[in-house]
Design a protein around this ligand. Structure first.
Ligand code: AMP
Ligand code: ZN
Length: 190
């Protein structure tokens, strides 16, 4: 993605989230993207979530601030499945600074509330974090899943997504917009 496209995308989200203004974003973007090679903030090689955070990889972003980014999971357990990730690369939860870890859970809770009001089917929510390969972690950039659940779903540890199914970007964008709108409408200040 070009620097211009990244700026347009970020300015769009700055306009559609309640707590970030365009003026907040401008200086940060200028600092960040003076050099394209620095666009991957953490510099972690070949980390898909670093690529998403820096705007190099495609994602349907719902929320972002200085510490965390929230986007749609591409293999959703259910429609509306979100991931909350720290902006700085950290492999496991123990590598995430305590304040950022707290932020992940605060934003995760706000996203759960937004999901319930979004119009997407959501009768319950699982907050789920896999830490380590033995616990089922596949992407080694720590992340908190926020998963809408409803009657008939398997129990809370039966979360397995069907990885043969990749959600369409159009569907993810529609769902992301519904969640953003629900978040905005509630006037939540994260
Ligand atoms: P885990 O198994 O807890 O490490 O979860 C990793 C999650 O990342 C899975 O639910 C994947 O579907 C999701 N994922 C992997 N690549 C992408 C991507 N490019 N965009 C969105 N979600 C992704
Ligand atoms: Zn990373």
């Amino acid at each position: 993605m070009s620097r211009g496209a990244v700026m347009i995308e970020c300015l769009y989200y700055a306009k559609t989230t309640p707590i970030i203004t365009v003026d907040d974003w401008k200086p940060r973007l200028e600092d960040r993207f003076q050099d394209e090679s620095e666009a991957n903030l953490s510099g972690a090689p070949e980390c898909i979530f670093c690529e998403i955070v820096s705007g190099k990889a495609e994602a349907s972003i719902v929320f972002r601030d200085e510490q965390v980014t929230v986007f749609m999971d591409i293999h959703p357990v259910n429609p509306g499945h979100l991931l909350v990730v720290p902006n700085e690369h950290a492999s496991g939860i123990d590598d995430v600074p305590e304040a950022v870890c707290a932020r992940m859970f605060i934003v995760g809770r706000q996203m759960a509330r937004a999901l319930r009001r979004s119009g997407l089917r959501c009768e319950g929510v699982n907050l789920y974090l896999a830490d380590g390969a033995a616990a089922g972690q596949d992407v080694f950039h720590s992340h908190l899943h926020v998963i809408p659940r409803f009657r008939g779903n398997p129990g809370s540890l039966g979360l397995q997504a069907d990885f043969s199914v990749v959600a369409s970007r159009d569907e993810l964008e529609v769902q992301a917009e519904a969640i953003r709108n629900s978040f905005d409408a509630a006037g939540d200040v994260v």
